[in-house]
Design a protein around this ligand. Sequence first.
Ligand code: H2B
Length: 116
Amino acid sequence: MNNEAKLTEERCEACSADAPQVSDEELKSLIKQIPDWNIEVRDGVMQLEKVFKFKDFLHALAFTHRIGGLAESMGHHPALLTEWGKVTVTWWSHKLKGLHRNDFIMAAKTDLLEEE
Ligand SMILES: C[C@H](O)[C@H](O)[C@H]1CNC2=NC(N)=NC(=O)C2=N1
């Protein structure tokens, strides 16, 4: 079983402002488990980002809605840019102003929603 399967089976832990951001070591290991995701840094905040492509706007919108349901069920929410034929998904932990293990779990779970 690949590691991503493990991430997809985890639950997000409720994270508080003083929860630890991922260490450099953890970052190196975790990003290997979600190889299609990019690490972006915006205003000093590290984020995970991936662009998903679709055949039209309605498919992009349906994917957006699926992610919304996942976010609500896990209590952890992304930034979503929905355009004709594509959705840009960005995960980070607002309270931490950076990346928590939760963000990697949510990125892995997001990948599972692509096909449906
Ligand atoms: C009150 C609410 O549960 C919190 O604001 C949650 C909501 N969803 C969240 N999502 C993300 N990505 N980071 C947070 O810090 C966060 N906090």
